[in-house]
Design a protein. Structure first.
Lengths: 417, 106
């Protein structure tokens, strides 16, 4: 007999699809969510007694749909409600014939609607976690470090806007798709980044955002097999996630990539990420996520820091700059060029960026300059640049790191004197 | 669904001469646009407030901002995506802003 935890796992797996189908049938997000919750409660009651049905997802969908029908009939005092109930019955009969493909379309509709650009970014993220991933409002609030009522209000407002502003429940047509898919991938990557930035002491739900983002990207990749950027994003996430445990030391301080214990990287994740990236690249339509994943793969598959293929990484950053022109990407390219062609070449690119006035308040610009100046034995200038970076660094972890580097740089000078 | 497009402009920003022109836009939205007009500038506006029995008048718009509503269009669309598409093609969207507001209807 299944345990509550096993039933909860089924629910987590299936709830997005079921909610998606119920929203299409009823056009009512709240009704859909409530009926799916109730169907799950019924499963918790029956499955331990009768066993898990052959197709648990179908059982939950049918149960939720019947609950929705009952509710609509009971409240069908007005003719409009009766009509809704009739349409719902019609819908469900048609669904019986169309099989699973219609249900996959529903999930895609739900994902694209949750990530509609007319919603605020934070609302898109919250709504995706709530309805697609099946997290509770309390869990999402904990993950984003806001009080539960705040998160509840955010979700209510988002659903109201979808209804009141007429945001369509559909997969966008071809001419809108590239832009909208980019928006969906952006939401998933933001989810991942939130989880990745969470420190070891952080709430488990917050850390779990990475796994959730990887799972959602996997679902999306199954639904849109012809879009290589979806696989590229999932590969990128897997390759970053493989290094998660090696990033911080016991005190919670940053460990640079070159100093990380490569043995503690998750080899299975690296293998899965690179395999996925290869299938994406074979489509011959590279995009920013595939290129970033390729860069991550260069790092993840180097046997040691010294064996990293920096020339290849510099080349990839060059392509990335063309796809997404951004000073942050330029700065990363400068680091790769410094590793491939020597610190002077990298410094020239950094000075050029600084000269253009880009990234004036971004601590990693002076930090990178400092690092390269130090390698060129220009110690005084390096120390000044480290101090500049320290003044801009946003977190304690980074300030501690920069303070150590500054002290070492001043040590270099004493050695020379 | 019915949407109101509020056309917001800022006099300090010069209109960019680009396609589509307002005539082209009007031709494009033929059949979707129910009504609309350019409004006289805010210096011709009068703001009315009734407080108790007193009617208070002030010269000018209800809020003094650099951006102001220069006109409006009412469009009938299938959904927000269509309204956004129409708004994005409005010539003023290139240098000003178009606020898309759904009508509150049952």
């Amino acid at each position: 007999m299944p345990s509550d935890a096993e039933i909860a796992a089924v629910f987590r797996q299936e709830s997005g699809r079921i909610v998606a189908t119920l929203i299409r049938m009823t056009g009512d997000w709240d009704l859909a969510e409530e009926c799916v919750q109730d169907a799950f409660a019924r499963a918790l009651e029956r499955w331990p007694r009768d066993g898990v049905p052959h197709r648990p997802g179908a059982w939950l969908t049918t149960t939720a749909r019947n609950l929705a029908l009952d509710r609509l009939r009971r409240s069908a005092v007005e003719a409009a409600k009766l009509r809704e109930a009739a349409e719902l019955r019609e819908f469900s009969e048609r669904d019986g014939e169309s099989g699973d493909s219609g249900i996959s379309d529903d999930l895609l509709r739900l994902i694209f609607t949750c990530c509609h650009p007319a919603l605020a970014l934070e609302a898109r993220v919250a709504l995706t976690l709530r309805t697609v991933a099946g997290l509770s409002t309390a869990e999402i609030a904990r993950a984003f470090l806001v009080p539960e009522p705040t998160m509840a209000k955010r979700l209510v407002r988002a659903k109201q806007k979808i209804r009141n502003a007429g945001i369509p429940y559909r997969v966008p047509p071809g001419h809108l798709l590239p832009e909208r898919l980019g928006g969906v991938l952006g939401v998933l990557y933001l989810l991942f980044s939130e989880g990745y930035a969470a420190t070891a002491g952080a709430d488990l739900v917050r850390q779990g955002l990475c796994a959730e983002a990887i799972r959602l990207a996997g679902t999306l990749a199954d639904l849109m097999p012809d879009e290589p950027e979806v696989r590229g994003l999932r590969a990128l996430m897997l390759l970053h996630d493989a290094r998660r445990a090696a990033r911080l030391d016991d005190a919670g301080d940053l460990i640079l990539l070159e100093d990380q214990d490569r043995g503690s990287w998750d080899a299975d994740r690296v293998a899965e990420g690179t395999r996925l990236l290869d299938t994406a690249l074979r489509r011959g339509r590279p995009g920013p996520y595939q290129v970033q994943a390729a860069i991550a793969a260069c790092h993840a598959t180097a046997a040691s820091a010294g064996e990293t293929d920096w020339a290849q990484i510099a080349l990839l950053y060059g392509r990335l700059v063309m796809m997404i022109p951004s000073p942050v990407v330029e700065l990363n390219r400068a680091v790769a060029v410094a590793m491939a062609d020597g610190p002077a070449a990298g410094l020239a690119l950094v000075e050029h960026l600084a000269g253009a006035g880009a990234l004036a308040s971004y601590h990693l610009l002076p930090a990178t300059r400092a690092h390269l100046l130090r390698r060129l034995d220009r110690t005084d200038e390096a120390a000044a640049a480290y101090r500049e970076a320290l003044a801009l660094a946003p977190t304690d972890v980074e300030r501690r790191y920069l303070t150590r580097r500054l002290a070492e740089t001043q040590g270099d000078e004493r050695v020379r004197k | 669904m019915k949407y109101m497009l509020l056309i917001c402009v800022d006099d300090t920003i010069k209109p960019t001469a680009a396609e589509p022109t307002i005539e082209q836009w009007l031709a494009e939205v033929e059949g979707k646009r129910l009504d609309g007009s350019v409004l006289r500038p805010v210096r011709d506006a009068t703001t009315v407030r009734t407080r108790g029995d007193e009617v208070l008048l002030s010269d000018g718009p209800f809020a003094e901002t650099r951006e102001y509503i220069a006109g409006y269009d009412i469009v009938e669309c299938a959904d927000l995506d269509e309204a956004i598409q129409i708004a994005a093609r409005h010539p003023c969207a290139r240098f000003g802003a178009v606020e898309v507001r759904p009508f509150a209807e049952d």
